[in-house]
Design a protein. Structure first.
Length: 305
């Protein structure tokens, strides 16, 4: 179920039998299916209208301590100083296309939805890349660029996060393509995969190892022979998304939708373009990313090839 702000086209710009709501839902589903890091990070989404450059100050709860309670004495009331993370909504990304044969497209709306799905994929990849770049801000770095990921490096990563008192639940590792292959081929993990996770061999799906859910992303940053992924819990960072304004301009069908499952927010604009003689569609997103809790994240360096 999505939260939606909608302004429908009327008059000369009416899109006839096209159903833009279906396109927008298709875009959200494509976004949701293509993301890895974006669904394993703290998310903050809203369909209220915002503009590029707005600053969000998102509170982070402070630290509590357990106090002794003696019989007949009052409780110890705590008011821990709450921190906040400032997220700049400085990333406005768009993908636009035109369907130059609207009559044919109207008869087969799959044509439009295929375009919408591919456009949403491009947006998803951009969001993923921006989140993946947060690795450079972590104070904890495990592994060596150009050296294969292994059982030993996973154990080192686990110890570092344990020493940092990062939560045990919800831990993930996102590695590049070579990192996934190296883990699947690691001799020390071979017995585990054969006996406990045969799907790792059958499907190439690593799944859960050493207390981490392991994912592969083709968008893990790389340089030279090395790649650097992210490990930790969702509190390592925050993805804040806000809807762009829905203008209600004449001849324009425009809506902003928030996916309740993933928290992703997207705006869709559609209209008939008299210069191009076709249906023009724009998908755009407004978001910002920021590191949130340094102790909950670590950079995981491994080989690229």
């Amino acid at each position: 179920m999505s939260d939606t702000l909608h302004a429908a086209a009327t008059g000369a710009g009416n899109l006839g039998n096209f159903i833009p709501e279906i396109w927008a839902n298709t875009a959200l589903m494509a976004l949701r299916s293509k993301i890895v890091l974006a669904k394993n990070i703290t998310r903050d989404g809203d369909v209220g209208g915002f503009t590029q450059g707005d600053i969000l100050n998102i509170p982070i709860p402070g630290v509590f301590v357990a106090n002794d309670k003696a019989v007949g004495t009052a409780i110890t009331l705590q008011n821990p100083s709450a921190n906040k993370v400032s997220v700049n909504l400085n990333k406005h990304k768009e993908v636009s296309f035109v369907i130059e044969d609207p009559v044919r497209a109207q008869a087969n709306q799959d044509t439009v939805m295929r375009h919408v799905s591919q456009a949403a994929t491009a947006l998803a990849e951009q969001i993923e890349s921006d989140i993946a770049g947060l690795y450079s801000g972590f104070s904890t770095i495990v592994g060596t660029p150009g050296v294969a990921a292994s059982r030993a490096s996973l154990l080192s990563l686990r110890q570092e996060l344990n020493d940092n008192k990062a939560p045990l639940e919800g831990r993930i590792i996102v590695v590049g393509p070579a990192g996934e292959v190296d883990l699947l081929g690691d001799s020390d993990l071979k017995g585990y995969f054969e006996n406990a996770r045969p799907e790792a061999i059958a499907e190439g799906s690593i799944g859960r190892v050493m207390g981490f859910d392991v994912y592969m992303s083709q968008l893990v940053p790389s340089s030279g022979a090395g790649a650097t992924g992210i490990a930790g819990t969702p509190e390592f960072g925050i993805l804040a998304m806000r809807a762009l304004p829905v203008t209600g301009a004449p001849g324009v069908d425009q809506m902003a939708m928030r996916d309740a499952t993933s928290g992703l927010v997207i705006r869709q604009t559609a209209s008939y373009d008299t210069d191009l003689l076709g249906i023009k569609v724009t998908l755009d997103v407004l978001y910002g990313v920021a590191e949130m809790r340094d102790e909950c994240g670590a950079a995981f360096a491994h080989a690229k090839t």
